[in-house]
Design a protein around this ligand. Structure first.
Ligand code: OSB
Ligand code: MG
Length: 367
């Protein structure tokens, strides 16, 4: 199965709602879609790099640069049967996991389609439906937050994640807990705190949260371990875990008890599965995070989340939580806190190619 052709496209998609986290907010996504073609089949993926180097150093622009200048020209004509090996010629490229992951993940879709099985099956997924939650951005007032949370509860999400930052944290969460006593809540700080805030963070323990995600700096394993030793609420790492080495360090130090796995952030599905396997051996849960993906990235995430160790609800919400209209059909839906894992070949959803082409603002082809 030789890779004959690669096409990278950028298309702007407007979020239905402004989404704000501790480092800033956004209304629009610059979606990068990658297509790998061989023997009459196509594999699709989405590169999840953000518009600004805040969540990670990678951006839409760095991913475009690294993919078009270094990676895509090197993979044309190579065997794609073992997706991870497709990247062997560009192992010398340091970092840029999101750019690399998009190539590996399109190859997984292609390999699954070549076998006529779903991506979930190809990855070793075992579930037909997965539990899903929703990530709620920072809101200027408690009133707006409560209203939005109420709406998502009515939509049936299995848990609700609340973005926090200094000044919009304990009091805000305590108000939510009072209004919604039985809802599974968690909080995500996107690195807005330091260990000097330990007293404040310890107050979280009274609120019965499932976890606190990435409270401290993206690159600080030691302080996360010190914090975890002083609070009951499980610490979950997101930004910090960019490789298996990062996970080994976090486990050795006790920096977290839960990991949010985003396949883009760690360089693809092969590494994601090994992180899943390691955590499972440790008896610790993982869940699948999100990066405000279109339906293409969502299809990849839901396939990963069907692996048995993904026991906690993922940030994998319905298409309409993000977009007026998704670029895949059928759109992703949530019922009773669950999302169906597509069963057709590969990612198992159809792409609206005409719409994708009409939205595309730049395109690069290889092969
Ligand atoms: O920290 O999990 C995060 C979105 C963009 C960047 C980082 C994060 C998020 C989210 C949204 O929380 C998750 C989703 O896609 O629904
Ligand atoms: Mg996060």
């Amino acid at each position: 199965m030789k890779i004959e052709r690669a096409v990278l496209r950028e298309l702007p998609l407007r979020l239905r709602e402004f989404f704000e986290i501790s480092s800033g907010g956004q209304q629009d996504r610059r979606i990068l879609l990658l297509t790998l073609a061989t023997d009459g089949l196509e594999g699709w993926s989405e590169c999840v790099a953000g518009e600004h180097p805040s969540y990670a150093y990678e951006t839409t622009e760095t991913a475009w640069h690294v993919l078009t200048e270094y990676i895509l020209p090197e993979i044309i004509g190579r065997e794609g049967d073992v997706p991870e090996k497709l990247l062997d010629p560009v192992r010398w490229v340091r970092g840029h996991q999101m750019a690399k992951a998009s190539v590996e993940m399109a190859a997984w879709d292609l390999a699954a389609r070549a076998e006529g099985i779903s991506l979930s099956q190809k990855l070793g997924g075992e579930r037909e439906v997965v539990p899903v939650g929703v990530s709620v951005g920072l809101k200027p007032t408690d009133e707006e937050l409560h209203e939005q949370v109420q709406g998502y509860i009515e939509d049936g999400y299995a848990r609700v994640k609340i973005k926090i930052k200094p000044g919009r944290d304990i009091e805000m969460l305590a108000g939510l807990r009072e209004r919604f006593p039985d809802i599974a809540f968690m909080a995500d700080a996107n690195s807005a705190y330091s260990l000097a805030d330990v007293d404040k963070l310890r107050e979280l323990d009274a609120l019965g949260l499932m976890m606190i995600e990435q409270p401290l700096s993206y690159n600080d394993f030691l302080d996360h371990a010190r914090l975890q030793a002083q609070i009951e609420t499980p610490v979950c790492l997101d930004e910090s875990i960019k490789s298996e080495g990062d996970l080994a360090l976090a486990l050795h130090l006790g920096s977290c008890r839960i990991v949010n796995v985003k396949p883009g952030r760690v360089g693809g599905f092969a590494v994601s599965r090994r992180i899943h396997d390691t955590m499972r051996l440790e008896g610790l849960p993982v869940w699948c995070g999100g990066m405000l993906e279109s339906g293409v990235g969502r299809a990849h995430n839901v396939a990963l989340a069907s692996l048995p160790g993904f026991t906690l609800p993922g940030d994998i919400s319905a298409s309409r939580r993000y977009w007026e209209r998704d670029i895949v059909s059928p759109e992703f839906e949530v019922a009773d806190g669950m999302m169906k894992v597509p069963r057709g070949p590969g990612i198992g959803v159809d792409l609206d190619i005409e719409r994708i082409q009409s939205l595309t603002v730049r395109e690069a082809s290889f092969g």
